[in-house]
Design a protein around this ligand. Structure first.
Ligand code: NDP
Length: 384
């Protein structure tokens, strides 16, 4: 039986992971499940799957969690230290699916135990890629990509000579506003931005898809994970979301990963790796789809992509600044303080205005410092 922990179990990725686990109950023992505010879901899943411990990130919700778990035999815990403890309990496979930079510390803690980390939390590699990879290497841990594009690249590279890779192409649906007139973007609502044309995901990543900040994070994630140069990573808008990524080799061949837009494929691939097992995802009918379209993204519609290139060129802690500025600008958009297009303006200003040398060793503490500084800067800009 494999021992499994899910960090961010109550979210979209966490629930899809649990769906796969439930389909093979005899194969897995659940060690820890973590969540944030959704105590009812966390308690329900922890009881059903007989987890050893359920953790809410919010210490103020500990009593609610205790009450919901009463009599179940599942231990309740709360707060940052409890998240780290959950990540370090002996497990064979840990899903990192907390949203935002909050996922970094628990993911790092898991790697420090030498475990296999299925990484959905792209922010970990964007803010602290070198630290994540060095920690994995030092402790014999393995990171398996869960982002669908990175899983696609990972799968296309199986058995290939890495030196023969010329480029990777990451596809993007174009998000909720792909076909909106540019002039209307400043007036779109949070509800409109929260509707993805193809994928069913958490609200934050769905809005990030509309702005392409999600794709911007993914380019940086690909650079870190696959050790690629910025100019070897291309983005193409592909409205059907059927081809998830392509790898181009030096003989001119391109290997494409084609599949239904269902995160249970990438999650299941990481869960079953290095084997393939049957997964409950739709089988594609290519004849019914008929046409696959690809186009270059419009830089005026998606300024986040150029900002990602700027971050990759700058290196150091600019990934931490970029991510924090994006997360805070997104908070302000969701709360109605700023409009949709102001998010990229604010992130650009943070990257250009936060002074000082952002180089230096990347540690959990240094990422935390730059993150804090950046959030304060964004708040000042919004308040001005
Ligand atoms: P969701 O918002 O659906 O879920 C996020 C999870 O993190 C929930 O369990 C939530 O708890 C928990 N959480 C929220 N804030 C905190 C915090 N401060 N500390 C600890 N836990 C917290 O996100 P998604 O599942 O959509 O995304 C998770 C990660 O996976 C993100 O990094 C995203 O970019 C990445 N990803 C997601 C994809 C998708 O299809 N959804 C695809 C590829 C990558 P609660 O809900 O109980 O408050």
């Amino acid at each position: 039986m494999r021992r499994i922990t899910i960090l961010g179990a109550t979210g979209s990725i966490g629930q899809s992971t649990l769906d796969l686990i439930r389909r093979a109950p005899g194969d897995y023992a659940v060690v820890a499940l973590t969540g944030g505010q959704n105590i009812a879901q966390l308690a329900r899943d922890a009881c059903e799957l007989r987890a050893e411990v359920a953790v809410t990130a919010d210490p103020a919700r500990l009593n609610d969690l205790r009450a919901a778990l009463d009599g179940s035999g599942v231990r309740a815990a709360a707060g940052e230290a409890a998240l780290i403890e959950a990540a370090t309990m002996p497990a064979d496979w840990i899903m990192s699916a907390i949203v935002g930079v909050a996922g970094l510390a628990p993911g790092l803690a898991a790697l420090g135990q030498g475990t296999t980390l299925a990484l959905a939390n792209k922010e970990s590699l964007v803010t602290a890629g070198p630290l994540m990879l060095a920690t994995a290497a030092a402790h014999g841990a393995r990171i398996l990509p869960v982002d669908s594009e990175h899983s696609a690249i990972f799968q296309a590279l199986v058995g290939e000579d890495r030196a023969a890779v010329e480029r990777v192409v990451i596809t993007a649906s174009g998000g909720a506003f792909r076909d909106r007139p540019l002039a209307e973007l400043a007036h779109v609502t949070v509800a409109e931005a929260s509707k993805h044309p193809n994928w069913d995901m958490g609200q934050r990543i769905t809005i990030d898809s509309a702005s392409m900040f999600n794709k911007a994070l993914e380019i940086i994630e690909a650079k870190e994970f696959f050790d690629l140069e910025s100019d070897c990573i291309e983005v193409l808008v592909h409205p059907q979301s059927t081809v998830h990524a392509l790898v181009g080799f030096n003989d001119g061949a391109m290997m494409a990963h084609v599949g239904a837009p269902d995160m249970r494929h990438a999650i299941g691939y990481a869960l079953n790796w290095p084997h393939r097992r049957a997964l409950p995802v739709a089988r594609l009918d290519l004849a019914a789809i008929g046409t696959l379209d690809f186009a270059h993204p419009d830089p005026a519609r998606y300024p986040a992509l150029a900002l990602a290139r700027q971050v990759m060129a700058a290196g150091g802690h600019s990934g931490a600044i970029f991510n924090a500025a994006k997360e805070r600008a997104l908070d302000h958009f969701i709360s109605g303080h700023i409009n949709f297009t102001a998010m990229s303006t604010l992130v650009a200003r943070a990257l250009n205005e936060i002074g000082g040398d952002t180089s230096g060793e990347i540690t959990l503490e240094s990422v935390g410092r730059w993150d804090h500084l950046t959030r304060q800067h964004i708040d000042r800009l919004v308040a001005a």
